[in-house]
Design a protein around this ligand. Structure first.
Ligand code: SF4
Length: 329
């Protein structure tokens, strides 16, 4: 069943990677990068997907676009499970579902001119008329604040922020409906970050785009996203509307992430929650709640039973044994 409010529905998505070793290259371990996540992404919303490096958010984003084949699960785009679509018939979905990469330096071919980089997708998707391609590239560049003469330049002639604009233009040129923004500002100077975030927000509104915005920093999603999903070691641990999540975080991991957001006013004192140790390896995740090795509230059951992601009310989902609908204020 599909909810027409949702452009994308992710159910039970798992992405495991085999670790090969020895002379015979046998499987010696399995990295559980994404381990059974469910996610709805509504038409025209920006959903933030937040978590520490290595939690599986980038892998999840790529599997949702089918840039990676999943181990299990379903991703429905407008009701169609894209994993059931034959590879030869994926083209229309590839045009509608695009990605903006994290690193604007390595994601652009240094030997190609900007016009060719942005126009490549049009060529691949069968736009053979050169004039039409040029026109559409120019439109995409203007949408991100670049000009016609930029088409003839090479990536090294641009600043980091401008390169990320080129990456966004490349994603826009095929008129997509859905874009995965994979940490699009984390490689940029802080002074440039807000310009790119504002640009994404404006484009999302003017083109009615749906975005999955991946970030490791809560403060980046705070002003951009409509809803936020928090991920820890391959699992979604909390999902809520932005205002609800930021005013009333429930999961101890989310609370720790929130406590790390800097406050502009030096008179406001914030108690920072310092998590002990590093996240465990997804090669050998802890049993029960995956967060129990670092959680300051852990009790016996936490290391034995995995908590389910349940609705605490108000569409606020949380996976913690100590948070039940009647415990939320
Ligand atoms: Fe902490 Fe237990 Fe809740 Fe996991 S289930 S977040 S270990 S209190």
């Amino acid at each position: 069943m599909t909810d027409t409010e949702n452009l994308l529905e992710v159910r039970g998505l798992k992405v495991y990677f085999d670790i090969k070793g020895g002379i015979l290259k046998r499987t010696v371990g399995v990295v559980q990068a994404v381990d059974g996540i469910d996610l709805d992404i509504k038409h025209g919303e920006i959903l933030g997907l937040v978590g520490e490096s290595g939690c599986g958010k980038t892998t999840a984003g790529r599997a949702i676009l089918r840039l990676l084949e999943p181990t299990a699960g379903v991703v429905r785009y407008n009701g169609q499970n894209i994993y059931e679509v034959r590879h030869a018939e994926m083209k229309p979905y590839r045009a509608r579902m695009q990605i903006v990469f994290q690193d604007p330096y390595s994601s652009l071919d240094p030997r190609s001119k900007v016009g060719d980089i942005v126009g490549e997708g049009l060529r691949v998707h069968g736009v053979t008329d050169r004039n039409e391609r040029q026109q559409r590239v120019l439109e995409a560049l203007r949408m991100v604040g670049l000009q016609e003469h930029h088409m003839r330049r090479f990536p090294h002639e641009f600043s980091g922020g401008q390169r990320q604009r080129i990456g966004i233009a490349r994603a826009l040129v095929l008129n997509p409906k859905f874009i995965v923004c994979d940490e699009p500002v984390s490689a940029l100077d802080v002074s440039i970050q807000s310009q790119v975030l504002n640009l994404l927000k404006d484009l999302q509104q003017s083109l009615n785009l749906t975005l999955l915005f991946i970030a490791h920093d809560m403060s980046v999603v705070e002003h951009l996203c409509n809803r936020v999903a928090v991920m820890y070691l391959g699992k979604i641990v909390e999902v809520a509307e932005r205002e609800e999540l930021f005013s009333n975080p429930q999961h101890p991991y989310t609370q720790a992430l929130m406590s790390a957001i800097p406050v502009a006013n030096p008179k406001i004192k914030k108690d920072r929650i310092i998590l002990q140790g590093d996240p465990p390896s997804p090669l050998n995740p802890p049993p029960g709640c995956r967060f129990h090795t670092r959680c300051l509230e852990a009790v016996d059951i936490c290391s034995q039973e995995e908590p389910e992601l349940i609705d605490l009310g108000n569409n606020h989902l949380c996976a913690c044994h100590l948070r039940q609908p009647d415990t939320v204020s």
